[in-house]
Write a protein that binds this ligand. Structure first.
Ligand code: ZN
Length: 460
Protein backbone atom coordinates (compact mmCIF):
# COMPACT_ATOMS: atom_id res chain seq x y z
CA UNK A 1 0.00 0.00 0.00
CA UNK A 2 1.36 3.37 -0.95
CA UNK A 3 0.92 5.94 1.78
CA UNK A 4 1.41 9.52 0.64
CA UNK A 5 2.59 12.16 3.05
CA UNK A 6 0.12 14.88 3.98
CA UNK A 7 1.34 18.42 3.16
CA UNK A 8 2.12 19.22 6.80
CA UNK A 9 4.05 15.97 7.18
CA UNK A 10 6.08 16.90 4.12
CA UNK A 11 6.71 20.30 5.68
CA UNK A 12 8.02 18.71 8.89
CA UNK A 13 10.19 16.36 6.85
CA UNK A 14 11.65 19.30 4.92
CA UNK A 15 12.24 21.26 8.12
CA UNK A 16 14.01 18.34 9.77
CA UNK A 17 16.13 17.77 6.64
CA UNK A 18 17.06 21.42 6.66
CA UNK A 19 18.22 21.27 10.28
CA UNK A 20 20.42 18.25 9.58
CA UNK A 21 21.86 20.04 6.55
CA UNK A 22 22.79 22.91 8.82
CA UNK A 23 24.97 20.52 10.77
CA UNK A 24 22.68 19.82 13.71
CA UNK A 25 22.65 16.18 14.76
CA UNK A 26 19.87 16.00 17.35
CA UNK A 27 16.50 17.38 16.33
CA UNK A 28 13.17 17.19 18.10
CA UNK A 29 9.98 17.46 16.04
CA UNK A 30 6.70 18.14 17.72
CA UNK A 31 3.47 16.84 16.18
CA UNK A 32 0.14 16.50 18.00
CA UNK A 33 -1.37 13.09 18.78
CA UNK A 34 -2.96 11.81 15.61
CA UNK A 35 -0.65 13.71 13.24
CA UNK A 36 0.83 10.46 11.91
CA UNK A 37 4.23 10.33 13.59
CA UNK A 38 4.78 6.67 12.70
CA UNK A 39 4.07 7.21 9.01
CA UNK A 40 6.39 10.18 8.95
CA UNK A 41 9.05 8.11 10.72
CA UNK A 42 8.55 5.24 8.27
CA UNK A 43 8.99 7.65 5.42
CA UNK A 44 12.28 8.92 6.80
CA UNK A 45 13.45 5.40 7.61
CA UNK A 46 12.82 4.33 4.04
CA UNK A 47 14.66 7.36 2.69
CA UNK A 48 17.62 6.60 4.92
CA UNK A 49 17.74 2.97 3.82
CA UNK A 50 17.52 3.96 0.15
CA UNK A 51 20.53 6.20 0.69
CA UNK A 52 22.45 3.13 1.88
CA UNK A 53 22.40 3.97 5.58
CA UNK A 54 21.10 2.19 8.65
CA UNK A 55 18.23 3.42 10.77
CA UNK A 56 16.47 2.34 13.96
CA UNK A 57 12.94 3.42 14.88
CA UNK A 58 12.91 3.19 18.64
CA UNK A 59 9.70 2.87 20.68
CA UNK A 60 9.44 2.69 24.43
CA UNK A 61 6.99 -0.09 25.03
CA UNK A 62 6.77 -3.64 23.78
CA UNK A 63 3.07 -3.16 22.87
CA UNK A 64 3.92 -0.35 20.51
CA UNK A 65 6.40 -2.44 18.53
CA UNK A 66 3.66 -4.43 16.82
CA UNK A 67 1.74 -1.32 15.89
CA UNK A 68 4.84 0.37 14.44
CA UNK A 69 5.91 -2.78 12.66
CA UNK A 70 2.46 -3.14 11.09
CA UNK A 71 2.52 0.45 9.83
CA UNK A 72 5.99 -0.04 8.32
CA UNK A 73 4.77 -3.25 6.68
CA UNK A 74 1.72 -1.45 5.26
CA UNK A 75 4.12 1.08 3.79
CA UNK A 76 6.10 -1.72 2.15
CA UNK A 77 9.18 -1.16 4.31
CA UNK A 78 11.15 -4.34 4.96
CA UNK A 79 12.47 -4.19 8.46
CA UNK A 80 13.81 -6.19 11.34
CA UNK A 81 12.45 -6.07 14.87
CA UNK A 82 14.64 -5.75 17.95
CA UNK A 83 12.53 -7.07 20.79
CA UNK A 84 12.41 -10.08 23.07
CA UNK A 85 11.07 -13.12 21.20
CA UNK A 86 11.40 -11.46 17.78
CA UNK A 87 13.48 -13.21 15.09
CA UNK A 88 16.82 -11.46 14.60
CA UNK A 89 16.89 -9.93 11.12
CA UNK A 90 19.63 -7.54 12.10
CA UNK A 91 21.09 -7.29 8.58
CA UNK A 92 18.18 -5.26 7.27
CA UNK A 93 18.96 -1.53 7.20
CA UNK A 94 15.66 -0.60 8.88
CA UNK A 95 15.00 -1.86 12.41
CA UNK A 96 12.08 -1.25 14.74
CA UNK A 97 13.33 -1.57 18.29
CA UNK A 98 12.06 -1.62 21.83
CA UNK A 99 14.25 0.63 23.94
CA UNK A 100 14.58 -1.99 26.69
CA UNK A 101 15.83 -4.69 24.31
CA UNK A 102 18.02 -2.41 22.25
CA UNK A 103 19.93 -1.17 25.27
CA UNK A 104 20.91 -4.77 26.11
CA UNK A 105 22.00 -5.63 22.57
CA UNK A 106 24.03 -2.60 21.60
CA UNK A 107 27.05 -4.82 20.88
CA UNK A 108 25.10 -7.24 18.67
CA UNK A 109 23.84 -4.64 16.29
CA UNK A 110 25.68 -2.90 13.50
CA UNK A 111 25.83 0.79 14.42
CA UNK A 112 22.97 2.81 12.93
CA UNK A 113 23.53 6.15 11.20
CA UNK A 114 20.18 7.46 12.32
CA UNK A 115 17.83 6.81 15.23
CA UNK A 116 14.25 8.02 15.21
CA UNK A 117 12.93 8.08 18.73
CA UNK A 118 9.19 7.81 19.17
CA UNK A 119 7.57 9.63 22.14
CA UNK A 120 10.92 11.30 22.73
CA UNK A 121 9.80 13.15 25.86
CA UNK A 122 11.24 10.06 27.57
CA UNK A 123 14.66 10.58 26.02
CA UNK A 124 16.32 12.14 29.05
CA UNK A 125 15.95 8.80 30.85
CA UNK A 126 19.12 6.75 31.31
CA UNK A 127 18.25 3.91 28.95
CA UNK A 128 17.76 6.32 26.09
CA UNK A 129 20.90 8.28 26.88
CA UNK A 130 22.95 5.08 26.96
CA UNK A 131 21.71 4.19 23.50
CA UNK A 132 22.24 7.51 21.79
CA UNK A 133 25.56 8.15 23.55
CA UNK A 134 26.80 4.71 22.46
CA UNK A 135 27.19 5.76 18.82
CA UNK A 136 29.55 8.59 17.97
CA UNK A 137 28.36 9.96 14.60
CA UNK A 138 24.70 9.42 15.09
CA UNK A 139 21.87 11.58 13.92
CA UNK A 140 18.86 11.55 16.20
CA UNK A 141 15.33 12.68 15.48
CA UNK A 142 12.88 12.65 18.36
CA UNK A 143 9.15 12.91 17.72
CA UNK A 144 6.58 13.77 20.35
CA UNK A 145 3.30 15.59 20.90
CA UNK A 146 4.63 17.20 24.07
CA UNK A 147 8.32 18.09 23.96
CA UNK A 148 8.89 18.24 27.68
CA UNK A 149 9.57 15.78 30.43
CA UNK A 150 7.10 14.93 33.10
CA UNK A 151 7.68 17.68 35.61
CA UNK A 152 8.11 20.27 32.90
CA UNK A 153 11.86 19.79 32.46
CA UNK A 154 13.00 20.78 28.98
CA UNK A 155 14.61 18.46 26.46
CA UNK A 156 17.41 20.92 25.73
CA UNK A 157 19.99 18.58 27.30
CA UNK A 158 19.58 16.22 24.40
CA UNK A 159 18.22 18.16 21.44
CA UNK A 160 19.72 21.11 19.62
CA UNK A 161 16.62 22.37 17.92
CA UNK A 162 12.90 22.04 17.82
CA UNK A 163 10.87 21.69 14.64
CA UNK A 164 7.29 22.80 15.21
CA UNK A 165 4.62 20.86 13.33
CA UNK A 166 0.94 21.77 12.89
CA UNK A 167 -1.30 22.65 15.84
CA UNK A 168 -4.23 20.59 17.08
CA UNK A 169 -6.61 23.26 15.81
CA UNK A 170 -5.06 23.07 12.35
CA UNK A 171 -5.32 19.28 12.26
CA UNK A 172 -8.97 19.50 13.31
CA UNK A 173 -9.74 22.09 10.64
CA UNK A 174 -8.17 19.83 8.01
CA UNK A 175 -10.18 16.83 9.19
CA UNK A 176 -7.16 14.93 10.52
CA UNK A 177 -8.62 15.02 14.03
CA UNK A 178 -12.28 15.06 15.03
CA UNK A 179 -13.95 17.92 16.87
CA UNK A 180 -14.61 17.26 20.53
CA UNK A 181 -16.95 18.16 23.37
CA UNK A 182 -15.29 18.57 26.76
CA UNK A 183 -17.28 18.10 29.95
CA UNK A 184 -15.91 18.73 33.41
CA UNK A 185 -18.61 17.82 35.94
CA UNK A 186 -18.05 19.12 39.47
CA UNK A 187 -15.13 17.18 40.85
CA UNK A 188 -14.55 15.96 44.38
CA UNK A 189 -10.84 15.81 43.72
CA UNK A 190 -8.82 18.24 45.85
CA UNK A 191 -5.44 18.81 44.26
CA UNK A 192 -4.11 20.73 47.24
CA UNK A 193 -4.40 17.67 49.46
CA UNK A 194 -2.12 15.64 47.24
CA UNK A 195 1.67 15.64 47.28
CA UNK A 196 3.59 16.20 44.07
CA UNK A 197 6.81 14.30 43.43
CA UNK A 198 8.94 14.62 40.27
CA UNK A 199 6.22 16.66 38.65
CA UNK A 200 3.40 14.16 39.20
CA UNK A 201 0.83 13.54 41.92
CA UNK A 202 1.73 10.84 44.41
CA UNK A 203 -0.45 7.83 43.59
CA UNK A 204 -1.11 6.72 47.15
CA UNK A 205 -2.51 10.20 47.88
CA UNK A 206 -4.62 10.09 44.73
CA UNK A 207 -6.16 6.75 45.39
CA UNK A 208 -7.50 7.91 48.74
CA UNK A 209 -9.61 10.47 46.95
CA UNK A 210 -10.70 8.82 43.72
CA UNK A 211 -11.34 5.20 44.64
CA UNK A 212 -14.53 5.93 46.46
CA UNK A 213 -17.89 4.36 45.59
CA UNK A 214 -19.46 7.80 45.49
CA UNK A 215 -16.95 9.20 43.06
CA UNK A 216 -17.15 6.15 40.82
CA UNK A 217 -20.94 6.31 41.01
CA UNK A 218 -20.71 9.80 39.52
CA UNK A 219 -18.61 8.39 36.70
CA UNK A 220 -21.32 5.93 35.70
CA UNK A 221 -24.06 8.51 36.05
CA UNK A 222 -22.26 11.11 33.97
CA UNK A 223 -21.40 8.59 31.30
CA UNK A 224 -25.12 7.88 31.01
CA UNK A 225 -25.90 11.53 30.84
CA UNK A 226 -23.14 12.69 28.48
CA UNK A 227 -21.96 9.75 26.41
CA UNK A 228 -24.59 7.05 26.74
CA UNK A 229 -24.00 4.10 24.44
CA UNK A 230 -20.61 5.35 23.23
CA UNK A 231 -17.44 3.32 23.37
CA UNK A 232 -15.30 4.88 26.04
CA UNK A 233 -11.89 4.32 27.58
CA UNK A 234 -11.64 5.14 31.26
CA UNK A 235 -8.25 6.11 32.71
CA UNK A 236 -7.82 5.24 36.37
CA UNK A 237 -5.12 5.63 38.99
CA UNK A 238 -4.25 1.98 39.48
CA UNK A 239 -5.50 -1.51 38.88
CA UNK A 240 -7.83 -1.76 41.87
CA UNK A 241 -9.41 1.56 40.98
CA UNK A 242 -9.87 0.49 37.38
CA UNK A 243 -11.42 -2.82 38.44
CA UNK A 244 -13.85 -0.99 40.69
CA UNK A 245 -14.91 1.27 37.85
CA UNK A 246 -15.49 -1.68 35.51
CA UNK A 247 -17.47 -3.45 38.22
CA UNK A 248 -19.81 -0.52 38.82
CA UNK A 249 -20.43 -0.08 35.09
CA UNK A 250 -21.29 -3.75 34.78
CA UNK A 251 -23.57 -3.52 37.78
CA UNK A 252 -25.39 -0.70 36.02
CA UNK A 253 -25.89 -2.90 32.96
CA UNK A 254 -23.17 -1.27 30.84
CA UNK A 255 -20.66 -3.82 29.62
CA UNK A 256 -17.20 -2.92 30.85
CA UNK A 257 -13.82 -4.60 31.17
CA UNK A 258 -10.62 -3.84 32.99
CA UNK A 259 -7.35 -4.63 31.24
CA UNK A 260 -3.73 -4.00 32.14
CA UNK A 261 -0.21 -5.00 31.19
CA UNK A 262 -0.55 -8.24 33.12
CA UNK A 263 -3.81 -9.30 31.50
CA UNK A 264 -3.17 -12.38 29.39
CA UNK A 265 -2.35 -11.21 25.88
CA UNK A 266 -5.09 -13.20 24.16
CA UNK A 267 -7.67 -11.90 26.64
CA UNK A 268 -6.41 -8.37 26.10
CA UNK A 269 -6.57 -8.63 22.31
CA UNK A 270 -10.07 -10.07 22.56
CA UNK A 271 -11.16 -7.25 24.86
CA UNK A 272 -9.88 -4.66 22.40
CA UNK A 273 -11.56 -6.48 19.53
CA UNK A 274 -14.86 -6.65 21.46
CA UNK A 275 -14.52 -2.95 22.18
CA UNK A 276 -13.96 -2.25 18.49
CA UNK A 277 -17.15 -4.14 17.67
CA UNK A 278 -19.12 -2.48 20.47
CA UNK A 279 -19.61 -5.67 22.46
CA UNK A 280 -17.71 -4.00 25.27
CA UNK A 281 -18.69 -0.37 25.86
CA UNK A 282 -16.14 0.63 28.44
CA UNK A 283 -12.50 -0.37 28.61
CA UNK A 284 -11.06 0.60 31.94
CA UNK A 285 -7.33 0.73 32.57
CA UNK A 286 -4.61 2.49 34.50
CA UNK A 287 -1.81 3.16 32.02
CA UNK A 288 -2.05 0.49 29.36
CA UNK A 289 -4.13 2.23 26.73
CA UNK A 290 -2.32 5.56 26.68
CA UNK A 291 0.49 6.73 24.50
CA UNK A 292 0.32 5.44 20.96
CA UNK A 293 -2.74 3.27 21.49
CA UNK A 294 -4.88 3.64 18.39
CA UNK A 295 -8.50 2.61 18.23
CA UNK A 296 -10.43 4.94 15.89
CA UNK A 297 -13.69 3.37 17.10
CA UNK A 298 -13.13 4.96 20.52
CA UNK A 299 -15.69 7.75 20.85
CA UNK A 300 -15.25 8.95 24.38
CA UNK A 301 -12.73 9.12 27.15
CA UNK A 302 -13.38 9.26 30.88
CA UNK A 303 -10.63 10.89 32.91
CA UNK A 304 -10.65 9.48 36.43
CA UNK A 305 -6.93 9.89 37.00
CA UNK A 306 -5.84 13.32 38.13
CA UNK A 307 -2.50 14.20 36.61
CA UNK A 308 -0.04 17.02 37.06
CA UNK A 309 1.67 16.00 33.83
CA UNK A 310 0.71 17.89 30.70
CA UNK A 311 2.09 15.02 28.62
CA UNK A 312 -0.12 12.43 30.27
CA UNK A 313 -3.13 14.73 30.10
CA UNK A 314 -2.76 15.35 26.39
CA UNK A 315 -2.07 11.68 25.66
CA UNK A 316 -5.24 10.63 27.47
CA UNK A 317 -7.63 13.45 26.60
CA UNK A 318 -6.82 13.32 22.90
CA UNK A 319 -7.04 9.57 22.54
CA UNK A 320 -10.63 9.54 21.12
CA UNK A 321 -10.00 12.23 18.51
CA UNK A 322 -8.85 9.93 15.71
CA UNK A 323 -11.23 10.16 12.76
CA UNK A 324 -13.20 6.98 12.25
CA UNK A 325 -13.63 5.99 8.59
CA UNK A 326 -16.88 4.29 9.57
CA UNK A 327 -18.27 7.29 11.41
CA UNK A 328 -17.76 10.48 9.40
CA UNK A 329 -19.66 12.69 11.86
CA UNK A 330 -17.80 11.62 14.93
CA UNK A 331 -17.42 14.11 17.75
CA UNK A 332 -15.14 12.91 20.50
CA UNK A 333 -16.39 13.26 24.05
CA UNK A 334 -14.15 13.92 27.02
CA UNK A 335 -15.61 13.57 30.51
CA UNK A 336 -13.11 14.94 32.98
CA UNK A 337 -13.96 13.94 36.56
CA UNK A 338 -10.76 15.13 38.11
CA UNK A 339 -10.36 18.70 36.92
CA UNK A 340 -7.40 18.04 34.61
CA UNK A 341 -8.68 20.72 32.25
CA UNK A 342 -8.26 23.35 34.97
CA UNK A 343 -4.64 22.38 35.41
CA UNK A 344 -3.70 22.04 31.77
CA UNK A 345 -6.20 23.94 29.63
CA UNK A 346 -8.18 22.63 26.68
CA UNK A 347 -6.63 19.84 24.60
CA UNK A 348 -6.38 22.07 21.53
CA UNK A 349 -4.88 25.10 23.26
CA UNK A 350 -2.06 26.60 21.25
CA UNK A 351 1.02 25.93 23.31
CA UNK A 352 4.37 27.62 23.13
CA UNK A 353 6.78 24.71 23.15
CA UNK A 354 10.38 25.21 23.98
CA UNK A 355 13.41 23.07 24.78
CA UNK A 356 14.04 25.14 27.90
CA UNK A 357 13.11 23.89 31.33
CA UNK A 358 9.99 25.60 32.60
CA UNK A 359 10.47 27.37 35.88
CA UNK A 360 7.08 26.90 37.40
CA UNK A 361 5.02 24.54 39.45
CA UNK A 362 3.28 21.86 37.44
CA UNK A 363 -0.18 22.71 38.76
CA UNK A 364 0.04 26.33 37.77
CA UNK A 365 -0.74 26.03 34.15
CA UNK A 366 -4.39 26.62 33.51
CA UNK A 367 -5.45 29.09 30.86
CA UNK A 368 -8.65 30.12 32.62
CA UNK A 369 -11.23 27.45 31.94
CA UNK A 370 -14.69 27.31 33.52
CA UNK A 371 -17.56 24.84 33.42
CA UNK A 372 -21.18 25.47 32.49
CA UNK A 373 -23.23 24.77 35.64
CA UNK A 374 -26.09 23.48 33.53
CA UNK A 375 -24.46 21.01 31.11
CA UNK A 376 -20.85 20.73 32.45
CA UNK A 377 -19.28 21.81 29.16
CA UNK A 378 -15.79 23.22 29.73
CA UNK A 379 -14.96 26.52 28.05
CA UNK A 380 -12.68 29.55 28.38
CA UNK A 381 -13.41 31.85 31.30
CA UNK A 382 -14.34 34.83 29.15
CA UNK A 383 -17.17 33.01 27.34
CA UNK A 384 -20.49 34.83 27.82
CA UNK A 385 -22.93 32.03 27.06
CA UNK A 386 -22.46 28.27 26.98
CA UNK A 387 -22.05 27.24 23.33
CA UNK A 388 -23.83 23.97 24.01
CA UNK A 389 -26.90 24.78 26.14
CA UNK A 390 -26.97 28.56 25.93
CA UNK A 391 -26.62 29.14 29.69
CA UNK A 392 -25.74 32.81 30.23
CA UNK A 393 -23.06 33.63 32.74
CA UNK A 394 -23.51 36.64 34.99
CA UNK A 395 -21.04 39.40 34.07
CA UNK A 396 -18.94 38.78 37.19
CA UNK A 397 -18.45 35.14 36.24
CA UNK A 398 -17.07 35.89 32.83
CA UNK A 399 -13.52 36.65 33.82
CA UNK A 400 -13.53 34.37 36.81
CA UNK A 401 -10.44 32.25 37.28
CA UNK A 402 -10.78 28.73 38.63
CA UNK A 403 -10.58 28.59 42.38
CA UNK A 404 -7.20 27.12 42.96
CA UNK A 405 -4.83 27.91 45.73
CA UNK A 406 -2.25 29.42 43.43
CA UNK A 407 -4.67 31.65 41.59
CA UNK A 408 -2.23 34.51 41.71
CA UNK A 409 0.40 32.39 40.03
CA UNK A 410 -1.99 31.49 37.27
CA UNK A 411 -2.54 35.09 36.39
CA UNK A 412 1.17 35.83 36.38
CA UNK A 413 1.64 32.96 34.02
CA UNK A 414 -1.02 34.22 31.66
CA UNK A 415 0.77 37.52 31.53
CA UNK A 416 4.06 35.79 30.79
CA UNK A 417 2.50 33.83 27.96
CA UNK A 418 1.11 36.98 26.51
CA UNK A 419 4.47 38.68 26.76
CA UNK A 420 6.10 35.76 25.00
CA UNK A 421 3.63 35.99 22.17
CA UNK A 422 4.11 39.73 22.01
CA UNK A 423 7.84 39.20 21.79
CA UNK A 424 7.36 37.43 18.48
CA UNK A 425 4.78 40.02 17.51
CA UNK A 426 7.19 42.86 18.24
CA UNK A 427 10.19 41.40 16.44
CA UNK A 428 11.04 43.62 13.49
CA UNK A 429 14.27 42.10 12.23
CA UNK A 430 15.60 38.68 11.37
CA UNK A 431 18.09 39.09 14.17
CA UNK A 432 15.35 39.58 16.74
CA UNK A 433 13.57 36.47 15.50
CA UNK A 434 16.83 34.56 15.66
CA UNK A 435 17.33 35.62 19.25
CA UNK A 436 13.87 34.34 20.16
CA UNK A 437 14.59 31.09 18.31
CA UNK A 438 17.89 30.56 20.13
CA UNK A 439 16.34 31.37 23.48
CA UNK A 440 13.50 28.90 22.98
CA UNK A 441 15.44 26.31 21.03
CA UNK A 442 13.39 26.72 17.85
CA UNK A 443 14.85 25.72 14.51
CA UNK A 444 16.26 28.32 12.16
CA UNK A 445 13.59 27.25 9.74
CA UNK A 446 11.05 28.69 12.18
CA UNK A 447 12.83 32.03 11.75
CA UNK A 448 12.44 31.79 7.98
CA UNK A 449 8.78 30.88 8.32
CA UNK A 450 8.06 33.64 10.85
CA UNK A 451 9.94 36.16 8.74
CA UNK A 452 7.80 35.23 5.74
CA UNK A 453 4.58 35.55 7.77
CA UNK A 454 5.66 38.91 9.15
CA UNK A 455 7.12 40.12 5.81
CA UNK A 456 10.52 40.71 7.33
CA UNK A 457 13.39 40.75 4.86
CA UNK A 458 16.99 40.00 5.63
CA UNK A 459 19.00 43.19 5.31
CA UNK A 460 22.73 43.82 5.05
ZN1 ZN B 1 -24.11 24.48 29.02
Amino acid sequence: MEIALRPYQQQVLDDVGYEFQQGKTRICATLPCGAGKTILSGWMARGTALAGRRVIFMVHRQELIEQASRTFQDMGIRHGVIATNAPKDYDLPVQVASVQTLVRRLEDIEPPDFIICDECHHIVANTYRRIIDHYPDLRVLGVTATPERIGGKGLGDVFQSLVIGPTVKELTSWGNLTPYAYYAPPSKFQADEVHVKFGEFVKSDLIKQVDDADVIGDIVQNYRRLADGKRAICYCVNRAHSEHVAKLFNAAGISAMHIDGETNKAVRMQAIEDFRRGKVQILSNAELLGEGFDVPAMEAVILARPTASLTLYIQQAMRPMRPDPENANKTAIVIDHVGNVFRHGMPDDDREWSLETKKKKPQARTKGVKTCPQCFTAMYSNTRACPVCGFEFAPAERQEMPEEKDGALLKVEDVQRKLKRQEVGRARTIQELEEIAIQRGYSMRWVTKMAAIKHIRRTG
